[in-house]
Write a protein that binds this ligand. Structure first.
Ligand code: B16
Ligand code: MG
Length: 220
């Protein structure tokens, strides 16, 4: 069997917590205000991108251009709506299987980090009461380049003091899988295989998932 990793790096939105739905709803509301068509397919292309890059992508989809000042105003509005949607976030929103998997990593002395493009990541981890479970948190405020750039994951490995090839990344976004692959880490997609074709392995969720299950999938 493939060697146990020294560290696991988790994406936040869509892997640890179900907030990706609220990102979707807030972007859809913004796109509607601009009369730009925005559904599930379009949303997949946004996952993992920074707020600013997501806004650019939506404008591109609508064949529109705007000044940076207008873009700033719109992304601020989107974030206000998103903040309203996640105001009641609690540990109940942690996705199924995450807690036992974190326990298993701790039992095996495997380090854990968050690698998220979100500037709301720290606040979300606090609301979930999960901050103390991670040895490092790298979020959208900590880096210059968001996913698909590998900076977020490389910074996490550096903070953990672990070599990139000894890390497994868990990601629900194609852009995040790309970032993990570019960082020279193993990538495990979480969700629909159809959108995660570049991942080394894909799991539907963490429900009933153990480290051995994942290592076996990575070996194939
Ligand atoms: P914010 P992740 C990403 O988080 C989301 O997938 C993406 O939809 C969002 O636009 C991005 O964070 C920025 O989030 O507006 O909160 O700064 O999946 O990398 O944890
Ligand atoms: Mg995500």
């Amino acid at each position: 069997m493939i060697k146990k990793p020294e560290a696991c790096i988790f994406d936040l939105d869509g892997v640890i917590v179900d907030t990706s739905w609220y990102h979707y709803k807030a972007w859809q509301r913004l796109a509607a205000s601009l009369s730009i068509q925005f559904g599930e397919e379009e949303n997949q292309q946004l996952k993992g991108l920074s707020r600013h890059d997501s806004m650019h992508k939506i404008l591109e989809m609508g064949g529109r251009t705007m000044s940076e000042q207008q873009i700033q105003r719109l992304t601020d509005r989107k974030n206000e709506w998103y903040q309203e949607y996640i105001a009641d976030l609690s540990p109940d929103n942690i996705l199924e299987g995450i807690r036992p998997f974190l326990d298993e990593l701790e039992d095996n002395d495997i380090r854990k980090a968050i690698g998220s493009s979100s500037k709301n990541a720290q606040q979300i981890l606090e609301a979930l009461q999960l901050t103390h479970r991670f040895d490092a948190v790298v979020d959208g405020d900590a880096v210059k380049n968001a996913k698909p750039d590998p900076e977020i994951f490389l910074r996490a490995a550096e903070l953990l003091g672990v070599s990139p090839d000894a890390c497994i990344v868990f990601e629900d976004a194609a852009s995040g899988v790309k970032a993990a692959n570019r960082a020279g880490m193993k990538s495990v997609g979480v969700g629909d295989k159809h959108f995660l074709i570049d991942a080394d392995a894909v799991i539907p969720s963490f429900k009933n998932m153990t480290l051995d299950n994942i290592l076996a999938l990575l070996e194939k």
